[in-house]
Design a protein around this ligand. Structure first.
Ligand code: URA
Length: 451
């Protein structure tokens, strides 16, 4: 672990709070001192809360954001994976509904000879989390120690775990404080939080999937672009290659939402199947990872290579190997009945004919949370068996009485609430939408110029 810089004797938290309150730029050493003192417990929550609120209201310069990211990164262990000959590349998504790309990408990119050390999170609000999805696989252990994580990575080229106690302890403390002080929604704080954790993985390059639309945290594209630019520049200042794709989350990604159902869809994609939007996004993200990892000259070559790795079965075999190495039951790949099963199903029927004009994507994510597929409070356990299968997506034609979705549930009252929410969130009109939203809105970052 790198040693945090000693806190100067002259450091006083009150001075740093006042300076940020008055919209002045903090120095690297002031930011470092604040983060280190807070991580050690030398300054109280109320002072750091005041500072966080000042950051929300006043913002940060790029240099301050990079200094905060660096201080948070160095508050804990930074993995040294230099002994691994392969280049290390990861992907991070800002979160969405039905977004299971991480489960496809880790084995797919590892099959191309790139190491993918993936430290992921749990569901946040209406969005699903990679760790919850992996835990739908019986026995799969997301709580490996750093030593075990390294062993899995060395053996099969990819490993997927949750944040450990050793990695970015400053983020752990700051995130918990932000959660209860109305200070989560600052792009500068989000950037430092995400980038410090990702850079602690010891990666060479990172592909960011920044979501925009009704199911994303950044509903407006301009906000997604601002955050993406901030994260790209912060990563580049720290010597990493970073590319951000602004991608669509105005409707769920793929057709399945809910932990076990999403594992089924991941296997479908790794077998070369559909759904088309999920397949397309996975191939695009994998292609950027291959290009940054040096396995492909260009992104279009990376896309072809990724499609070949799926066709040959190599990506699916990597997924099987990773599941086994992390203690999971690999039979889920050949037989979905090994995954947790909901007791009942219920159809959501269309009351009118026409076209699906729009979906309130956040509400569909919330419907899954209500079923028990996400958390309404921190203490909730996720039910991996419940979820939603969409039969119609935006632009599809629908006739009266046709099912829009099927709900997988274990409690009738919850299913009724989820059904009402899904019905209300599917807008049926006489004509399909005149403009089709693209899956990939734009790409940001000079590392990714080689398309
Ligand atoms: N995810 C994170 O890890 N941190 C944030 O601040 C927001 C989302």
């Amino acid at each position: 672990m790198s040693q945090p810089t000693p806190i100067p004797e002259t450091f006083r938290a009150i001075d740093v709070i006042r300076k940020k309150r008055d919209a002045l730029e903090l120095s690297r050493s002031e930011i470092e001192a604040l983060v280190n003192a807070y991580t050690r417990g030398d300054i109280p929550d109320y002072q750091v809360s005041a500072w966080l609120m000042a950051v929300v209201l006043r913002g940060m310069t790029r240099a301050e954001t990079a200094a905060l990211t660096d201080a948070m990164l160095r508050s804990g262990e930074v993995l040294d994976l230099s002994a691994l000959p392969a280049r290390k590349v990861d992907k991070h998504s800002t979160g969405g509904v039905g977004d299971k790309t991480s489960l496809v990408l880790a084995p797919l990119v590892a099959a191309a000879g790139i190491a993918v050390p993936m430290i992921s999170g749990r569901g946040l609000g209406h969005t699903g989390g990679t760790l919850d999805k992996l835990e739908a696989i019986p026995g799969f252990n997301v709580n490996l120690s750093v030593v075990e994580f390294r062993r899995v990575l060395e053996t099969c080229g990819c490993a997927m775990i949750g944040q450990t106690a050793e990695i970015t302890p400053a983020d752990r403390k700051l995130y918990a404080l932000r959660d209860v002080t109305g200070t989560v929604e600052s792009p500068y704080l989000i950037c430092a939080s995400i980038m410090s954790k990702k850079l602690a993985e010891g990666i060479d390059a990172l592909v960011l999937d920044v979501k925009t639309g009704s199911g994303a945290f950044m509903k407006k594209e301009q906000d997604a672009v601002f955050l993406a630019e901030l994260m790209v520049e912060t990563g580049e200042r720290m010597g990493k290659q970073v590319v951000a794709l602004i991608t669509d989350m105005d409707q769920p990604l793929g057709n399945m939402i809910g932990s076990a159902l999403e594992v089924v869809e991941v296997v479908d994609i790794l077998r070369g199947g559909d759904p088309q939007d999920l397949r397309e996004l996975c191939l695009e993200l994998a292609a950027w990872m291959l290009q940054l990892g040096g396995a492909a000259e260009t992104v279009s070559e990376g896309k072809q290579q990724s499609a070949r790795l799926i066709r040959s079965g190599a990506a699916l075999e990597k997924f099987r190997q990773m599941i086994e190495l992390q203690g999971g039951d690999p039979h889920v790949i050949d037989d979905a009945s090994h995954l947790p099963q909901a007791q009942h199903t219920m159809k959501v029927i269309s009351a009118r004919a026409g076209y699906v004009a729009a979906m309130q994507c956040e509400q569909i994510g919330t419907a899954c949370v209500i079923l028990g597929g996400g958390r309404e409070c921190k203490e909730d356990a996720v039910d991996p068996s419940v979820g939603i299968v969409l039969h119609k997506k935006v632009g599809d034609r629908v006739v009266i009485g046709e099912p829009l979705a099927t709900i997988y549930y274990n409690a009738e009252a919850k299913a009724q609430r989820a059904r009402q929410l899904i019905e209300a969130s599917c807008q049926i009109a006489d004509a399909p939408p005149s403009v089709k939203r693209p899956l990939i809105h734009q790409v940001i970052g000079k590392s990714g110029e080689k398309r």
